[in-house]
Write a protein that binds this ligand. Sequence first.
Ligand SMILES: Nc1ncnc2c1ncn2[C@@H]1O[C@H](COP(=O)(O)OP(=O)(O)OP(=O)(O)O)[C@@H](O)[C@H]1O
Ligand SMILES: [Mg+2]
Ligand SMILES: [Zn+2]
Length: 292
Amino acid sequence: MARADCPICQGSGWKVVERTTEGAQALAADNAGSAAGEPKMVWAIPCDCTVGDRTERVLAKARVPERYRHCDFENYETDNEIENVPRAQLNAWNRSLTQAKLIVERFASEFPVGNEHGLLLIGPCGVGKTHLAVAALKEIVLRGHSGLFYDYRELLKEIQDSYNAESQATEMGVLEPVLKAEILVLDDLGSSKPSLWALETVGYILNTRYNEKRVTLLTTNFLDSDVAANATSLPPARVAGMRAPTIEDSLTDRVGKRIRSRLYEMCRTVEISAPDYRKEIRNISRSAGSSS
Ligand SMILES: Nc1ncnc2c1ncn2[C@@H]1O[C@H](COP(=O)(O)OP(=O)(O)OP(=O)(O)O)[C@@H](O)[C@H]1O
Ligand SMILES: [Mg+2]
Ligand SMILES: [Zn+2]
């Protein structure tokens, strides 16, 4: 939005620029009745006060939720300190964050070149999977590519709501942008257990995108059972009431074998093992901030 009190555009969002050019002279000659004097070309361009708007517009169009609009690679921290946690454990967590950030950052900066594969960010709650996915999406759409963010449950709901019983099909109005976006972020895959029919639609979306070489970036809390078993065998990090990172269930249980195996094919898996940022880290910096 333009600033209402902007001295240049008085809130209209546009400013008028004029130039004398030869092209304008020709225009003026055609326009026999126009005022005498030096011919000028006059046109309107967005006012300086609207520059921040472009970012907002682009992010809104990509459906990036307000809560995550600030997320970028710069503000993704990889050197967290938590009191009473053994140094070796902290280092391991911070290494995991650093590694994940590196991979996602490189993915974003190289997009679309060399990005035949998407990414599947796997990890427990609050490790910053959505943060990193949004950081990549933001960078890519701000470079002019088309991109969409969809929460998995929301996508299922929109698909379900747009199902037309008469034609027994989902309205293309919902599906088409999801199929066509150059990059799709599908956040929290498996967060609900959908109907068989909805799963088929998700499978169709992933399949079509893959066949048409469109990249999908997914996040999930669910690991495969074999990896999940390993994850729980991590040294217990029950320090100062802190929960060790846990993975809840198997992804295959949630999305079925076919989608899981398609994901293997279409995505590079990035596992993040770290504590819940919302609970363990932000709270610490808040209380540190308030005590100073
Ligand atoms: N390493 C980090 N540096 C800075 N902020 C972080 C970091 N990790 C998480 N956050 C912030 O913590 C909040 C939770 O992160 P996010 O939602 O990305 O986690 P998640 O892994 O997607 O969790 P969930 O599995 O619950 O969806 C967000 O506000 C995010 O910006
Ligand atoms: Mg998330
Ligand atoms: Zn202005």
